[in-house]
Design a protein around this ligand. Structure first.
Ligand code: GRF
Length: 221
């Protein structure tokens, strides 16, 4: 069987990208990264990808006269790569419905909150302001609504007394680097799939979400 290829879309520092690169190198993910695409030429993640010898592609959204042209260029590029899985890792552009529809059963995102709580930006600040005692991150299949779509796995961390936004963000990010490679490996190895908009694990529809908390993995029953 040929090695499944994944395409990773980034806009920024690429720490999740690095975790995925490392997991591929350590054979914890059985796939190859065929390209890293950034909409920002200055994204630090591009350096991380180049250092690992991965093909990098910049599709600078500021160089397009309108949004549709950028969307079409991105769609063309991704289609050319024929990925088994598209991974959004801090990609800060909203994808058009046509793209999401085309890749809906093979498009993953990671969001820094315990979805459905805190969709959108500034999730750590909002979790602190809301006085939550628990916060975290979610890997989910992407749907047409922002930061929505069936959740695959969540990492939960405690919110500590006198926590700062920065400290909480760092605690969550560390867990993101564990659960995203895990979910990607589940997908490329065929354990994880989306059928009729429902997460399936080992070909069975799951009602619960897998969780990673205090280094313990709870798989859905
Ligand atoms: C992470 O917080 C991720 O949850 C969100 O964007 C951020 C990307 O960070 N979607 P990095 O570029 O992977 O460091």
């Amino acid at each position: 069987m040929s090695t499944p290829s994944i395409v990773i879309l980034i806009s920024g520092s690429g720490s999740n990208l690095q975790a995925i690169i490392d997991a591929v190198a350590e054979k914890k993910i059985h796939a190859e990264i065929s390209a890293v695409i950034s909409n920002r030429p200055d994204a630090l993640g591009l350096i991380k990808a180049k250092t690992a010898g991965i093909n990098t592609i910049v599709i600078d959204h500021t160089k397009f006269t309108d949004r549709q042209q950028f969307d079409e260029a991105l769609a063309r590029q991704v289609a050319e790569l024929e990925p088994a899985l598209v991974v959004l890792a801090g990609f800060m552009r909203i994808l058009p419905a046509s793209f999401i529809d085309q890749y809906e059963d093979r498009l993953l995102n990671i969001h820094p909150s315990l979805l459905p709580a805190f969709k959108g930006m500034h999730t750590h600040r909002r979790a602190l302001e809301a006085g939550h005692s628990e916060h975290g991150a979610s890997v989910h299949f992407v749907s047409n609504e922002l930061d929505s779509g069936p959740v695959v796995i969540q990492a939960k961390v405690p919110v500590l007394k006198d926590d700062s936004e920065k400290a909480l963000a760092a605690r969550v990010l560390k867990q993101e680097h564990i659960i995203y490679p895990l979910a990607i490996e589940w997908f490329v190895s065929g354990r994880l799939s989306l059928i009729n908009n429902k997460v399936h694990f080992d070909n069975k529809p799951v009602e619960e979400v897998a969780t990673w908390q205090s280094n313990i993995l709870c798989l859905p029953q």
